[in-house]
Every structure is written in C-alpha cells, then in structure tokens.
Ligand binder design. Structure first.
Ligand code: PMP
Length: 441
C-alpha cells in the first residue's frame, strides 16, 4: 500500500523537494510532516478535497475537525466576502463579536466570553485565568491528553509507555525539547475515567502545599481515537473540583460544535467553570474562544489578568463564526450529522463482526473511529497497551489509496461534515470492508 500511495502522489513528492528549500521539514506545522513526503492539497469543495496530483478524495480528516461545515460553504463564503469589502482588521470589537458571544453563551450556558486565534491560545489563557482566580500555580491534566502547543500543556502527552510508572505515581514528562523543567514540575496528570484517582491526587498535592489551580480535560478524549466518559465520571469530576475549589476547564477545541450544538457540555449535561473552543468555531478561519462563569472571568473583567491579542475577535473570523453558528450549524445540521454517524458506525460494526476483526467502532456527534484494540480503550494506559498501531497505519494507507482522506496519526478520529451524504459514508464502509476482506483472506 505504501508503494502504491507513493506512485499516486508523485506530484507531492516533487512539491516536497521545493518546499524543503524554504519550509523547515517541508511543512508549515510538524503535524503535517509524513514519510516519505506529505500530501500537498490544492483545493476542497463540500465533502471533497483534491491533492496536487489531482487525486479526488472524500474528506474525513476535515482539517483536524475544523471543517465540520464542509469546504467552501457558500454561507461562510458570503459572510467573509461581505466582511472583506468592509475591512478585515481593526483591533477593535465589531458587532459580530457580540452576536457570536451571545450565541456561545446560549449554547454553553456560560455568560462571559473572550476570543483567541487558536486552541492553544484558548487553553493557555484559560489556565492563566484559573491560576489568577485561585492564586495557585499547579495544573492537573489527564494523562495522554493534548491541549495545544504552549509549554504548560506539552506535558504528559504521548510519552513512552515504559516511563509512565504506576497509576498513582504517573511521571510528568515534557513532549519534545525546549520545555523548561520548572514548567513540567507544575503539571500533574491522572488517567481518564478515574475520578477517585483525581481526588486522591488533588488531596495529595494539597497536602504538599501545591493544590492545583485547575483540572484541564476533554469531556470525551479525542486524541486516543474517541474515548467516551464512563457513566457518572464527569458528574464526579464536577463534584470533586467544586468540593476542593479547583477550577474545572473543559477543553472543547475538538468536541465543541462537533458533538452537539453546545458541545460536550450540553451532550453530557455537566457545566465546567471555563470552556475552550477553536477548530470548528471559525468556519475554517483561525478563531478560538474562552467562555466562563462571571465569578471566574472576574479577574479578566477587573484587569488582574491580561487576556490579549492583536487578532483576538478579528472581524473576518467573527463574520465566519457568526455565519457558521447561525446559518450552518443549525439543529437540522446536528440531526444530519447524527444520522450519518449512526450509519457509518453501524457499517463499520457489521464489517468488524463479519471478519472478526480485533477492534470496535466508537463515535459521538460528527466524530468517530475504528479503534483497533481487542478490549475497550478507557484511558491512555489501555490505549498504549492494546492499540494495534500497525493495523492503524495500514488502514490510513488503504484509505488514501482508495480516495478516503482520513486524519493521519494513530490517535485520530474522523470528523463528518454537514456536506457529507449517506453515499459518502457508505463508501468509507465499503473501503473498510475491502481492507478487512484482504486482511483475512
Ligand atoms: N485542545 C485540543 C483538545 C486539541 O485537540 C487541540 C488541537 N488538536 C488544541 C487544543 C490546540 O489547538 P490549536 O492547534 O488550534 O492550537
């Protein structure tokens, strides 16, 4: 499959040689790198993308889940053109910033909002707000979770399983170079779906005089494929953080707008103190947001915390977000996504059963994946111990060679868009069936 893909993407290979002259590693972000070369894309329309070789692919990657509205959506295009004609940047707020804020407040049940330009900026600012609000420095996160590329959250993500230690004494490790040990020392981690461990950790840290300012987590993990919270887990987390006076941050950069109109917060019925959004919010433009309770956002309101950025609330991003929220991601859009996801999940499940594959299909809202593990993945530990990485790599190549553009990486899931139709998800299942059949022949 590898050789076949290289043959299909010769133009990307040539582009890579040129790109390497000017872009470090030939890419704009380390996540875009791939051996022997990245696939360079040229355009997208609705559910499809085309690479520089002219290969047409159905897009299930959707820009790491940013394009839940599909590519080049006319309503968003209209909003962007109209805004462009009236000027795109002032570093002053516009009406759209208020409209977007009001809609987010309605969807998330959190009254106060600010904007950023990415998910990383949103989690960075949210953690600073939590630190200022509590007057504490330490942060508790979930082992294996990704929250962006600033120093504090580049800790305890994808590290060698051997280095983990026992469940109650998880070592904090930086993800890559350039992260000061003094920062790492302030970050602690516990496993997902283990509320008791979270409480024990908070109590132990408190005893050491370093109670955490916040717990930052995804309500459903989206970088171990899809890992859903077990019954009652999020309620317990809410209860524990409240009892100990720890700010609860739901990082909804991936789940927000994708798994329900009001994200994981609405879907699971648990409201955090702070929520972070990005990706699907901006309709394809780099837009992020932080929402919070009046109490927690008070430190921004009174000027104790500087939540700043030249491009925060950029008019172009706000116009796109407004159209995205009000015209595209409507209740009907969520019904459509639910129908499609049910269909693709059912299709994948029937293939798994028919060919007795070691795995299962899991999903929520527009997100889902086949997890190649014989046992359910509930946290990073079970993921690392059981995921068949080879099968995962093969599935990506197999898909790419048959016109299915799937998120690269063993930890990713599909994102369906409102422009996908039943025949598109059926094609995904058909390709999966072909792979299963080849494997078991
Ligand atoms: N939080 C989560 C949960 C994410 O998945 C990501 C990106 N994958 C981020 C934060 C960071 O967002 P960005 O890449 O826009 O900085």
């Amino acid at each position: 499959e590898e050789a076949r893909l290289n043959e299909r993407t010769g133009g990307s290979g040539e582009t890579y040689s040129r790109a390497q002259q000017v872009l470090t590693g030939g890419v704009a972000s380390s996540y875009q790198a791939r051996d022997p070369w990245p696939i360079y894309l040229e355009r997208g329309a609705g559910p499809k993308v085309w690479d520089v070789d002219g290969n047409e692919m159905l897009d299930f990657h959707n820009g790491f889940g940013s394009m839940v509205q599909g590519h080049a959506h006319p309503a968003i295009g209209r909003a962007i053109s109209e805004r462009y004609a009236q000027g795109t940047h002032f570093a002053a707020p516009t009406e759209d910033a208020i409209i977007v804020g009001a809609e987010l407040a309605r969807r998330w049940g959190l009254p106060k909002w600010r904007y950023t330009n990415s998910g990383s900026e949103a989690t960075m600012d949210a953690i600073r707000i939590a630190r200022a609000h509590t007057g504490r420095d330490d942060v508790l996160k979930i082992f294996g979770s990704y929250h962006g590329h600033h120093d504090t959250v580049m800790v305890s993500i994808g590290v060698a399983y051997d280095a983990i230690g026992d469940r109650d004494h998880l070592q904090s490790l930086p993800y890559g170079g350039g992260i000061p040990q003094s920062t790492v020392d302030h970050v602690h981690a516990v496993h997902f779906n283990d509320a008791e461990a979270m409480e024990r950790k908070i109590v132990a840290l408190d005893r050491d005089g370093r109670k955490p300012a916040c717990v930052i987590m995804e309500a459903a993990m989206m970088n171990l494929g899809v890992v859903l919270p077990q019954d009652g887990y999020l309620d317990e987390v809410r209860e524990i953080t409240r009892r100990h006076g720890v700010v609860l941050i739901f990082d909804e950069v991936k789940t927000g707008l994708c798994i329900a109109a009001g994200g994981a917060t609405e879907r699971f019925g648990v409201t955090p103190d702070l929520v972070t959004l990005a990706k699907a919010l901006g309709g394809g433009l780099p837009t992020g947001a932080i929402g919070g309770s009046d109490e927690v956002m008070q430190c921004v309101e009174d000027g104790t915390v500087y939540q700043v950025g030249t491009y925060n609330g950029n008019p172009l991003g706000m116009a796109a977000a407004r159209a995205n929220l009000l015209e595209v991601m409507t209740p009907e859009a969520y019904d459509h996504l639910a129908m499609l996801n049910d269909r693709i999940l059912a299709g994948c499940r029937s293939v798994i059963e028919e060919f007795a594959l070691p795995g299962y299909a899991v999903g929520i809202g527009s997100k889902g994946c086949v997890t190649f593990s014989p046992v359910p993945v509930v946290d990073y530990e079970t993921f690392k111990a059981n995921q068949d990485a080879e099968l995962c790599d093969l599935a990506w190549l197999f898909n790419m060679n048959r016109g299915i553009f799937m998120t690269p990486g063993r930890e990713e899931e599909w994102t369906l868009s409102v422009t996908h139709q039943a025949d598109h998800v059926d094609r995904y299942v058909e390709v999966f069936r072909e792979m299963a059949s080849d494997l078991t022949r």
